[in-house]
Design a protein around this ligand. Sequence first.
Ligand code: URA
Length: 233
Amino acid sequence: MPRLDQLLSSLGYCSRREARDWIEDGRVEVAGAIADDAGKKVSPADVRVDGEPLDHPDGLLLLLHKPLGRVCSHELREGPSVYDLLPERWRRRNPGVTSIGRLDKDTSGLLLLTDQTALVHRLTSPKHKVPKVYRATVDRDLSPELVPLFASGTLRLEDEDEDQPCAPAELKLLSPREAELTLTEGRYHQVRRMFAATGSTVLTLHRACFGDLELGDLPPGQWRELPVNHFGG
Ligand code: URA
């Protein structure tokens, strides 16, 4: 069990030092009694702050509709970030909330965010092969010959430093300049680079699905909470 001050700080309430003040001020209860010891080992379910149960003590897993123009980065100098959309307390959690893979600044769609470090590693590992569905519009008509080429597992990306070609990907042509592409890999700018390797430029890109998860009608900038064990323990 964690120490009370450590618990409050890891859930983004305050620093460990401030936790001592909060406790002195009588704002924290443990098992129905006003807490008086910042170092007490506690069960998160027993703790109340200002009369409220703790905020997601078992972790966070969020399905965000990433809007265009935001980066998946904690670096302030990279511009407005997806993390700025979240409540401040969640942004102060430790381990911090981070994205499971990334979408480019100019890509919208389904982005998972979590504070579960092991889940990030598991779902971004090349071994895991989670299917991700993208919708792209491009600057010229797409040839039907791209469908078998993308499925072949032989397509090489330009300026590719890895020696492996892209894994087989399912391409569906939706209209002359619009396609749906399902990838099981997550290389840097992969969709844009796959189309570039075949002579077209991606104009708009949106991720509609990640594994069994879909955005549905969630508006841009909004999120849904998922059970933290959605992908298993
Ligand atoms: N492929 C890209 O090119 N960009 C993304 O954001 C995701 C996949």
